[in-house]
Design a protein around this ligand. Structure first.
Ligand SMILES: [Zn+2]
Length: 134
């Protein structure tokens, strides 16, 4: 198994991992803001299914949790350590962070998950012969 970084970065930038077309939802009025937009079910150009069957979303949840727990929340620990805020305020900020950050990085988490999945399993891409209706 070889990690295909080109596929990962293509998906992470918001493009289809197979054809490279932009995958932001054209129907979603929030899509111009990128981070808040939903990932469409299919690629608008090649029709590749981006939201696969039940359970595929779990990878996006892992990315979302990882970015929140190990990316955003440690900043609060650093702020407390540096004396920028007290522990009581850090707890309040941590709760607020835990409740809001996952919403804002939803689409990013999906893109990272799709990129991770197909970078490790490029033979799963439709251009490699997999059915597109999965
Ligand atoms: Zn595509």
């Amino acid at each position: 198994m070889q990690f295909r970084s080109d596929i990962f970065w293509r998906a992470a930038k918001g493009c289809c991992p197979d054809c490279g077309a932009e995958i932001r939802s054209r129907k979603n009025p929030l899509s111009k803001w990128g981070q808040f937009a939903n990932i469409p079910d299919r690629c608008p150009d090649c029709g590749m299914v981006l939201r696969r069957r039940d359970g595929f979303f779990l990878g996006a949840i892992v990315w979302n949790y990882t970015l929140t727990a190990f990316g955003a929340l440690p900043l609060l620990l650093i702020a407390v350590r540096l004396g920028w805020c007290g522990e009581a305020w850090a707890i309040r900020w941590a709760i607020l962070t835990a409740l809001t950050v996952p919403f804002f990085i939803h689409a990013l988490s999906w893109r990272l998950w799709i990129g991770t999945y197909y970078a490790f399993l490029p033979e799963q891409l439709p251009s490699s012969g997999r059915r597109t209706d999965d």
